[in-house]
Design a protein around this ligand. Structure first.
Ligand SMILES: Cc1cc2nc3c(=O)[nH]c(=O)nc-3n(C[C@H](O)[C@H](O)[C@H](O)COP(=O)(O)OP(=O)(O)OC[C@H]3O[C@@H](n4cnc5c(N)ncnc54)[C@H](O)[C@@H]3O)c2cc1C
Length: 469
């Protein structure tokens, strides 16, 4: 009988949580195994999430430049979308990055196994391959990094043609003429921005009173204003009830709080209403692992209640569903498993980025949260319309808003909507981590002309000292 392979640590799932955890475990000298059920490493983020969506957003931006070429003095008479080439570039980017993960595994002596992993008892997992063959693995430390799937519900099951989730929409054979998007969270508004710019008539239906409901209220209002200006349909407080097939696609019915019903016809419907954790079939039944609405409960070092079993990423209860959070949690889990000192995450300092048009980024408390927490709030706001680089870019929408505490100038939250703000939020994260004040941000000299000057000016604005407004 073949011997049971033994590892110091086994990681189930190779998304940005699992693969980063594996690389760090290798760096720490642990004999490491990654188990992945799919053909390639990288998880949701690399294959059907962060990376392909941002690649498509770039295509859409380039297409927009062509549409507006005249403004830049460039005559461009004929141009069109070659959808097959758009998809081919996306595949090339994804494949290159997936190969990068493979290379990093080799470099750090991480072993991998293709198959479906399940906990099989203390320090043991089973891996079932595509042919149904089972192998048992021993590892005293196990990290569950199985991520999440798009939430779907009866009557809205994805069929790959008309009803789509983030997976099927990325494999469309052509740009649809019209699309209803259910949900105005990050995924919904990103796809709205992509397909609107490719020429699809997009309508977003959101059940809550505002788009991007987790963001500061002023950010939601600015995005909604911009969507309406761009011609993206947006209905808030709209509860989708039914999607019926028609000759050309679907009739999507929704109701308003006053009970009034409305129907929109569209070729496609994207269901973007949240994620479900992949915790149902990983062998948790006979363990002490505790769940909260299907998400795994962990302590600050990512330990579950089952000795030796950690959980990270989208699977974790209360953790924001973000790739960079999954990665950090992975590093914490394996460092702790290796018996080395590590620092738990301060979840109030996690940046959020939404790559819609205009982009959104934020960290820390919204103005409302800061007031509700009892802070003496001082707000500094600066519009991109008054920033020289934004004017050069022809992208003058949006603003930077800094929420601080009046007493010592402590930065409580930074919220941005506008051009390339997802590249700008890290400054605020570092400032908050170093316990910087709004004055620190104001006195730090920012290079000219850059969009980052808007952060400095917003900090000045907290004291009514902004120069350019
Ligand atoms: C459309 C979209 C866009 C997004 N854009 C961004 C973004 O721009 N920035 C950002 O930070 N986040 C973004 N996210 C969220 C991000 O993708 C997730 O937060 C991240 O992928 C979570 O990482 P993870 O490692 O926990 O899980 P996942 O990435 O979901 O990886 C889990 C892996 O585990 C494997 N697996 C599952 N069960 C088993 C099993 N039993 N055995 C073996 N393997 C298994 C899966 O095949 C998968 O490879 C986006 C998500 C979506 C859907």
């Amino acid at each position: 009988m073949a011997e049971t392979p033994k590892y110091d640590i086994a990681i189930i799932g190779s998304g940005p949580g699992g693969y980063v955890a594996a690389i760090r475990a290798g760096q720490l000298g642990l004999k490491t195994l990654v188990v992945e059920k799919d053909d390639a490493f990288g998880g949701t983020c690399l294959h059907v999430g962060c990376i392909p969506t941002k690649d498509l957003l770039l295509n859409a931006e380039v297409y927009d430049y062509f549409k507006n070429a005249k403004e830049f003095g460039i005559v461009c008479k004929e141009f069109s979308i070659d959808w097959a080439a758009v998809q081919a570039r996306k595949t090339k980017v994804v494949t290159r990055l997936a190969k990068g993960v493979e290379f990093l595994f080799k470099k750090n002596k991480v072993e991998s196994m293709q198959g479906y992993g399940r906990l099989a008892g203390p320090g043991r997992i089973t891996v079932t391959d595509a042919k149904g063959q089972k192998r048992e693995i021993q590892a005293p430390k196990i990290v569950l990094a199985t991520g999440s799937e798009a939430k779907t519900f009866p009557g809205f099951e994805p069929d790959g043609k008309t009803i789509l989730t983030n997976k099927e929409i990325l494999a469309l054979k052509a740009v649809p003429k019209s699309m209803v998007i259910m949900g105005a969270g990050a995924v919904g508004v990103e796809f709205a921005s992509i397909f609107h710019r490719f020429g699809t008539k997009v309508t977003v239906l959101e059940m809550l009173p505002r788009a991007v409901p987790l963001e500061d209220e002023e950010i939601s209002a600015e995005l909604e204003k911009s969507f309406r200006r761009q011609g993206i349909g947006l209905e808030t407080q709209a509860k989708v009830e039914k999607a019926s097939k028609t000759a050309n696609g679907l009739a999507v019915s929704f109701t308003r709080p006053d009970g009034k019903a409305q129907t929109i016809e569209a070729e496609t419907l994207l269901v973007a209403v949240g994620r479900s954790p992949n915790s149902h079939d990983v062998g948790l039944e006979k363990t002490r692992v505790k769940l909260e609405r299907g998400f795994v409960k962990v302590d600050p070092y990512m330990q579950t209640d089952e000795p030796g079993v950690y959980a990270i990423g989208d699977l974790v209860a209360g953790s924001p569903l973000l790739a960079h959070v999954a990665s950090r949690e992975g590093i914490i889990a394996v460092t702790h498993a290796a018996g080395k000192p590590t620092e738990p995450i301060n979840y109030t300092q996690v940046p959020n980025c939404t790559y819609c048009e205009p982009e959104i980024s934020s960290v820390g408390l919204t103005e409302r949260q800061a007031r509700e927490a009892g802070h003496k709030v001082r707000v500094g706001k600066f519009p991109f319309a008054a920033n020289s680089k934004a004017t050069i870019l022809g992208a003058r929408e949006g603003f930077v808003k800094i929420v601080s505490d009046e007493t010592y100038g402590e930065i409580l939250g930074v919220h941005m909507v506008g051009p390339r703000v997802t590249e700008m939020i890290a400054e605020a994260v570092v400032a908050m981590r170093l316990e910087g004040t709004v004055e620190d941000l104001a006195y730090a000299i920012h290079p000219h002309p850059t969009l980052t000057e808007a952060v400095m000016e917003a900090a000045h604005a907290a004291h009514d000292w902004a120069i350019h407004v």
